[in-house]
Write a protein that binds this ligand. Sequence first.
Ligand SMILES: [Zn+2]
Length: 344
Amino acid sequence: MGKHVGLSLILIFLLFFLPWLWGESHASGQPEPPAEDPPPAEDIPEDPPQTPSGTDRSISLNILVDGQLRQTNMADYLLGVVRAEMPASFELEALKAQAVAARTFVLYRMAGGGTANHPEADACGDITCCQAYKSYEDAAQDWGEAAAEYEAKIRQAVEDTDGMCVLYEGKPLLAAFHAASSQTTQDAAAVWSSSLPYLQSVETPENEETVPNYHSSASFTASELKSRLQTALPEANLSGSPSDWFTNIQQQPGGTVTSLAVGGVPVTGGQLRSILELRSACFTISFAEDTVTFSVTGYGHGVGMSQYGANVLAAGGMDYREILTWYYTGAAVEPYTPVSVSNE
Ligand SMILES: [Zn+2]
């Protein structure tokens, strides 16, 4: 796979994968230790904790958060990512899987020479570029009374997986993840038109009982819909009734739309999802008078690890390594130390 394609892939999937948008992060914030009692939001301890030394702590990272560049290490960076990327109420083994996926993402990026978006930083907190990042202070505001318990879980998820990485043929892989799918995840080839051997469609167990807002809908008036479609797809012929606009819809058994034609222009389900800002490409379309409604299942691009699926698998007794190898076909979860790090 060319570097070009790799970078495009990263950009594309990062545009869609973040399930939990978060508020501002604090560039100067260091993670705080869990206290005996949850600290009130206005009284958060100042001194960062000392966590055990290990592989993560030996990997220096420059991160760009909230417009500020600062030096940290993999251990502290991952705390910020896991806080932002997965609900802390999830099973511990799911949080561990998330920590390993996040670690793998950075190491994959670093192995590829970083990004032109910020050559001075190994990672940023912009979800359209890298991974979300949340300081303890911001997370604690959201967590309220559960702050100490949740921070301790996340800390354990990162520390217990110190140095562990998802490898394919001995190298960190592109650890794509998303919130929730319908029955199966998606083959990268179907979503990004570029195949990766470890990003294939696999079964995933989440459903409406285990995912909040699993079913959603988006309604448009005919003129609103026409305007959005015509802007994105100028070649589309959108004359006549909206019920004639969408043809040749190809769906997987779980309902995910792989391809269709919009006014005669072929697009992928993911492209239509982006144009209309649907929560996923798993949708059906219904027409009533002047209204067109998309009924949507799941959330995210559907490629790689499903986070809600990981939580269901963890609740069923799988450990984080089993979860990761469930979602990343043919991968191995092993300790990995990049050759070029440990730069003081
Ligand atoms: Zn970035």
